[in-house]
Design a protein around this ligand. Structure first.
Ligand code: PHE
Length: 447
């Protein structure tokens, strides 16, 4: 592997990985879950799980990547021929997610532009959103812009593209989100929401809350998508994996926490001191928040900055997905980066079409009762990702043995959490992953 396919150093690696981790999940799901499961109580549960469960899984992926120096398709096979299938299974995940992530990224671009050019005006939020996403030309145009932006960054390479952009976008994202949160908290009435968000409500502690936190954490750290294996393979041997993982987690959790500071108080002020309109996902971001912005002083400016930061968060996540696929194509077909990027772009664009048209003219076509976008989301997030992570734990804990991972970590530093890591990979993480898989399957089919 040429030196250009390595991050230049620790900061570049951490910011690129944090760029992947900080995504839509931090912004549109974490605040909702935190508010639902008892504010401070949820934050505490999340923190405990982050430094144990999340830490161990992320460390494993990065170490596998760095040890093998291979893309995700080949990494598992390199360690053990019998587990080659796991590389293939993992590689399917970004291939499925990237196209529909571009569809949603396109929505973000549309809203960002609408607020920057002040063309959103006094539109009625629900019909504005549904009219837009059910169209043909506009959503395709915006998804193409988002896809092209990701493709350009990936085509520029690991150092000149991914690392360079992460080094600019991630610090800007932190500053913007802090600024937006501070402004939001000065709005009269916001304090009540702030207190609701951070004060532990122990009566809401439940097993369900623990499971929700684990599921969110798992997604938020971009695990089981091959991403951390790919980025790990670009890490230099002398770099300290354990401390990098800690810093990526601080970054990811910090932004999720700030997102809650922006969203929960705003929703409280808007809805008259309750969390009744707080939802998760697209309806929060593209309907509820625009409703709130329209009633705010300097609402358009606030919204423009907010969607700009959402755009940065989504873009760096999309880049990590695309890089994971591109690195496979480059190696498998011995292609240069640019042709590989073109192939992945064209293929992903084609796959994105059903996801976007499923919201409009193709809404009559469903798979297991789901529209295309929801179906792709279901297969990747609910089924494949927990299965991949579970198999990875079984493989590392019982076949490869955790010592191999520990050795890789110790190339850069003494592995401080080695004992804890062993227990988590062998027992705790598999149990959690099984529960995550089971509970999300149940909630999909027995709503
Ligand atoms: N970690 C991202 C988030 O929290 C999830 C993600 C990453 C999704 C990369 C797709 C690609 O939103």
């Amino acid at each position: 592997m040429s030196d250009k396919k390595k991050f230049t150093g620790k900061i570049g690696f951490i910011l690129a990985a944090a760029g992947s981790a900080v995504g839509l999940g931090n912004l549109w799901r974490f605040p909702y879950l935190a508010a639902k499961y008892g504010g401070g109580t949820f934050l505490l549960i999340y923190l405990v799980l982050a430094v144990t469960f999340g830490f161990s899984l992320m460390l494993t992926e990065i170490a596998i990547g760095r040890k093998t120096g291979k893309n995700v398709l080949e990494a598992y096979g390199e360690l053990n021929k019998k587990f080659r299938f796991l590389g293939y299974l993992s590689a399917v995940v970004p291939v499925i997610i990237f196209p529909y992530y571009c569809v949603i990224g396109g929505w973000v671009v549309k809203y960002m532009m609408a607020y920057i050019t002040n063309s959103y005006g006094n539109a009625e939020p629900t019909s504005y959103f549904t009219t837009f996403i059910s169209g043909v030309t506009q959503p395709i145009l915006y998804l193409s812009i988002f896809l092209l932006a990701s493709a350009i960054i990936v085509a520029l390479g690991v150092q000149k593209g991914i690392e360079k952009f992460s080094k600019i976008l991630m610090p800007v994202l932190v500053i913007l989100s802090i600024a937006v949160a501070i402004y939001g908290l000065t709005v009269p009435g916001a304090l009540k929401g702030f207190i609701y968000y951070i004060k532990p409500d122990l009566s809401k502690f439940s097993f369900q809350a623990v499971l929700a936190a684990a599921g969110q954490l798992f997604y938020s750290l971009s695990l089981a998508m091959g991403i951390m294996i790919t980025y790990g393979s670009y890490m230099k041997k002398e770099e300290k994996i354990e401390s990098c993982v800690r810093q990526i987690e601080i970054f990811d959790t910090g932004i999720a926490f700030i997102a809650g500071l922006i969203i929960v108080p705003a929703v409280f002020t808007f809805s008259g001191q309750s969390d009744s309109v707080l939802t998760a996902g697209p309806s929060l971001m593209f309907i509820t928040l625009p409703q709130i912005f329209s009633g705010m002083k300097l609402g358009t400016l606030f919204a423009a900055v907010f969607f700009l930061l959402v755009f940065f968060a989504a873009l760096t996540s999309a880049v990590s997905l695309m890089e994971t696929i591109v690195s496979i194509i480059e190696d498998k077909f011995h292609l240069k980066r640019i042709p590989a990027c073109i192939i992945v772009s064209v293929f992903s664009f084609a796959l994105a079409i059903p996801s976007t048209l499923g919201n409009g003219i193709w809404s009559g076509i469903t798979l297991f009762g789901m529209q295309f976008l929801d179906f792709f989301d279901f297969i990747s997030n609910t089924v494949l990702m927990p299965v991949v992570a579970l198999l990875m734990c079984i493989f590392v804990g019982y076949v490869l043995k955790t010592d191999v991972i520990a050795k890789e970590v110790e190339k850069g530093e003494t592995f401080k959490s080695r004992k804890l890591y062993n227990v988590i990979i062998k027992f705790v993480a598999p149990a959690f992953l099984l529960l995550i898989l089971g509970s999300s399957l149940i909630s999909t089919f027995f709503k």
